[in-house]
Design a protein around this ligand. Structure first.
Ligand SMILES: NC(=O)c1ccc[n+]([C@@H]2O[C@H](COP(=O)([O-])OP(=O)(O)OC[C@H]3O[C@@H](n4cnc5c(N)ncnc54)[C@H](OP(=O)(O)O)[C@@H]3O)[C@@H](O)[C@H]2O)c1
Length: 285
């Protein structure tokens, strides 16, 4: 099945590509070309954020591509500094303007920090006005997610969280399913940490299918019904990362990958007070 035809259906009926393209840490000056290459390779879902500083460049690539708007699925995220009801609305308008769009497919609260309840109220209104086709959250641990769901009208359509072979989130997935929240992986390759790309288990499994480690990892996530948004600045890797719909990992390979879980982030703990302070103090334009 070509990547363009593989979707998940969110809790409000919106269809989201199960495989998209992320632009975190793509320098602003490189982003227009990188997104142009990604769209040419066949990606139709792009994941950015206000805090990535490259929304305008993403917007230029989208405009230049000539791809009909309805064929694209564009996600961006609101930074902590901009939480609050009025601020969230203003920042949404700013992101939309930078992206050159008149609606977003998915708008996410980037972190469960700051006055995000007020942001959520603003986002519920944006959703009601049709300006965001779906709204969701990112980096929400189970307690924060359940609390947000319990005290608001709209259940997030998506929770974008760290998920890769070393931090698999299998224990979290049933709760997300129970509430109808789609899990989306960030950092599917753990950004290469723990020597993921030369991991012996993943390498051996890949050899059995004639696939790379990257392809095995993406396929493994997709078979777990997890949306993936790998990032690469290289066209050959963009193509490779899309080419994961012509094989299926067998049960024993899924089990072997499950054994790689460390149960902990490969990056940092969102509940560490020092990290909360650092994130909360980070300023973006
Ligand atoms: N919500 C959040 O807090 C959050 C946090 C982090 C990320 N994200 C989102 O998730 C997306 C993906 O995560 P990520 O960018 O952090 O990391 P990632 O996708 O796990 O890893 C990207 C790294 O893998 C390399 N790579 C990509 N394809 C490869 C392949 N086929 N073979 C070998 N190396 C390959 C890339 O290098 P090259 O570019 O040189 O190819 C880059 O160094 C982000 O872009 C962003 O949209 C969200």
């Amino acid at each position: 099945m070509p990547a363009q035809n593989a979707y998940v259906t969110l809790n409000n009926g919106v269809r989201m590509p199960i495989l998209g393209f992320g632009v975190f840490q793509v320098p602003d000056e490189q982003t227009e070309q990188v997104v142009t290459d990604a769209l040419a390779a066949g990606y139709r879902a792009i994941d950015t954020a206000a805090s990535y500083g490259n929304e305008e460049a993403v917007g230029r690539a989208i405009a230049k591509s000539g791809i009909p708007r309805e064929e694209l699925f564009i996600t961006t995220k609101m930074w902590i500094q901009h939480t609050g009801e009025a601020t969230a609305r203003r920042e949404f308008d700013k992101s939309l303007r930078k992206l050159g769009l008149d609606y977003l497919d998915l708008y996410l609260i980037h972190q469960p920090l700051g006055d995000y309840y007020s942001s959520w109220h603003a986002m519920e209104k944006l959703y009601g006005e049709g300006l965001a086709k779906a709204i969701g959250v990112s980096n929400f641990y189970p307690d924060r997610l359940v609390d947000l769901i319990q005290h608001n009208d709209i259940t997030p359509a998506v929770n974008q969280i760290e998920a890769h072979p070393f931090f698999q989130r299998a224990d979290y997935q049933p709760l997300l399913r129970e509430h109808g929240v789609q899990i989306e992986s960030w950092g599917p390759f753990a950004e290469g940490k723990n020597e993921l790309f030369t991991n012996p288990t993943l390498t051996k499994i890949g050899e059995g299918y004639g696939k790379s480690v990257a392809q095995v990892v993406l396929r493994w996530l997709i078979q777990r019904d997890i949306v993936v948004i790998p990032k690469s600045v290289r066209p050959e890797r963009m193509a490779q990362n899309l080419d994961v719909f012509d094989f299926e990992l067998a049960g024993d390979d899924m089990t072997a990958i499950a054994a790689l879980d460390t149960g902990a982030s490969a990056f940092f703990d969102h509940r560490d007070p020092a990290m909360v302070t650092w994130l909360g103090g980070r300023r973006v334009d």
